[in-house]
Structure formats: C-alpha cells, structure tokens
Design a protein around this ligand. Structure first.
Ligand code: ADP
Ligand code: MG
Length: 308
C-alpha cells in the first residue's frame, strides 16, 4: 500500500433543513493521497474542503462511495480509520475549563493511549506551549488555541495529519511557525493533508495539489506540473536605449513598454520561443541590457481553472 488515503466515487448531499434545499457538497470524488506527501486541497470557500476531510475523520456521514484511511475502510473499520488520522479542525472547539495539559491527557485517553505512553508535555513543547501547560485554556490567545489544537491532533501519534485551513485568520508569525512544524512532522514521516484557500500556502508547503471547486476535483497533480500548465509566460527586456514604441515585428504579440527602456512581453512558449523574441528586438536595432522572467504563479493557474 503506497497510499495513505484512497477515496473512490465519494458523494455527499446535505439533507434539506428548514427553507434550504438539498445541497450537493461533493460530486464523485476520486482522490489518492500518497504516503509521505504534503498534499494540499485547494479551493474557494464553499467548495467542499471541510466536508471532504470531515468525512475522512468520521465527523460527517458520506452519502455514497468509499474512503480508506491507511488501508482501513471507514465503513468496515471506523475505529481503525480514526486511529490513523489526526485532525486539526477549522473551528476552535474544546472545553475551555481544562488546562492544556489536562485537555491533551483526556484526548489521549479517548484514543486509548495508556497513561504511561502519553506525552502531553512533549506535545506542548512541540507547539511552544510548555509554559502554558497548567493555564486556563480559556485564557490562551487565539493563536495559542490553534497551536493547542495541533497538539491535540497528535496525541495518538497518527501516521496522517489533516489540517483544515490551519492559517485562516492567523498572524504571519504563527503561520510561519505552523508551516515549520508541518514540514518537520512531514520530514519525520507523517503524511500531511491540508486544506487552504491561500494559494501561497499550497505553493510554499505542498508537493501535490488538488483543486476542488463546486464539490468536484478539477485538478490533481504535482505542484511543478500544475504550475507548468500555465501556458503563458512573461518576460521583461531592459533595452540599451530609449524606445518610443514596441520594436517592429512585435505588433502581433502582447508587448508593452513599461517605460521607454522596459519592454514587457506576454507570450505562449508553445507559439514562440524566447530566443525568437530576442531576435526580433535585435533586428529592430536595440541591444538588450538585461532580461528577467516572471515565474508562473499558482494563482494564475487557479484563476484560469476556477473561472467557470
Ligand atoms: P469549504 O470547507 O470548502 O469552505 P464546506 O465543505 O464547508 O466548504 O461546504 C461545502 C458546501 O456544503 C457549502 O455550500 C456549504 O454551504 C454546504 N454545507 C456545509 N456544511 C453543511 C451542513 N451541515 N448542512 C448543509 N449544508 C452544508
Ligand atoms: Mg472549510
């Protein structure tokens, strides 16, 4: 088994409640998450990310399809599946009266971790909360509460860690800290699945990315390949003398002058090579003092794909 998670033909329809009609949240999802990866599930609000991971975690009932966590089917072995996954939920949800240490002990107990194998203090150290071990949880800042949720997800040392929008609304410092911890856990062998609507986050952290929109997976591939799908590139030439218009021969291309010496060209590498652009410029009598290119941004791919 090379996959940490295997999802086949998964559907979810939320039943009508009150005035709202039925809501199809997931449509025929097929997804495999390789062991050892940091997998990003990227999508706009309402796309179905939380629904998908809450089904994996046994918190939401699926309508049809099959889900295997660490080779354990959530229908036939729900306990086994649950034991293989630790989840950091999107919402902060725990009893504010327990201290962080007590909270982790209780959580470990719920997962059947024997008292002498609990490591609540180590986990608190891991997330930088050792000095708050015996504080009132309700007195913690928002950022500390989020870190505590990460520790809570790890009490049973699951092989898979799932984080639902871990950095939505957190400050830059905490975001960096969470990213660091996630990378470290992954280096130690943990498979990570995170949902996000921040492209930057998926780009920075993940080696594989799936994009979900309106309950459907529309892309699922390596980050590099995904960025490569963007067929437009932008290149900037610094000319050796002032120009009043774009060089002759570039009229048909998306070429503009940022200023009299900076020529910006958007082009499709399939249609024209960068070398040809250089030829055109030189033939029209300009020298090139410098060249810079803009990397394809995941954001552009995302916008292209979710525009519909
Ligand atoms: P995301 O996490 O990507 O923002 P969600 O999985 O939370 O998306 O929601 C997907 C869709 O399902 C949304 O249209 C949302 O309104 C709907 N939805 C989520 N939870 C429920 C629920 N308990 N009852 C009815 N509809 C829901
Ligand atoms: Mg969500």
């Amino acid at each position: 088994m090379n996959n940490a998670i295997e999802i086949t033909n998964l559907n979810k329809t939320y039943k009508a409640s009150g005035k709202a009609g039925e809501k199809i949240a997931l449509r025929d999802i097929n997804l495999t998450i390789p062991k050892g990866s940091i997998f990003g599930l990227l999508g706009p609000n309402g796309a179905g990310k939380s629904t998908l991971i809450n089904i994996m975690a046994g918190l939401v009932m699926k309508s049809s399809g099959s889900v295997k966590i660490w080779d354990r089917d959530i229908d036939t072995d729900p306990q086994g599946a649950k034991a293989a996954i630790g989840i950091v939920p999107q919402e902060i949800n725990y009893d504010p009266f327990f201290s962080p240490r007590r909270l982790l002990d209780i959580q470990a107990g719920m997962y059947g971790v024997p008292a002498d194998e609990r490591h609540s203090m180590d986990l608190l150290k891991l997330v930088g909360l050792a000095d708050k071990a015996d504080a009132y949880t309700r007195s913690l800042s928002g950022g500390m509460k989020r870190r505590l949720l990460l520790a809570k997800a790890l009490v049973h040392m699951p092989p898979i860690l799932v984080l639902d929008e871990p950095t939505a609304g957190v400050d830059v410092e905490l975001r960096q800290m969470l990213w660091e911890r996630v990378k470290m856990l992954n280096e130690r062998g943990m498979t990570i699945l995170l949902t996000t609507h921040y492209l930057e986050e998926a780009e920075e952290l993940c080696d594989k990315i799936a994009i979900i929109n309106h309950g459907q997976i529309i892309v699922n591939e390596d980050k590099r390949a995904l960025i490569g799908r963007l067929d437009h590139k932008e290149i900037k030439f610094l000319l050796d003398r002032d120009a009043v218009s774009v060089p002759a021969g570039m009229e048909g291309l998306a070429a503009t002058l940022d200023d009299s010496r900076t020529l910006r060209v958007r082009y499709s590498p399939k249609e024209i090579a960068a070398g040809q652009l250089i030829d055109i410029i030189q033939k029209s009598g300009y020298g090139i003092a410098d060249i810079s290119t803009e990397e394809s941004r995941l954001e552009d791919v995302f916008l292209q794909l979710t525009r519909a």
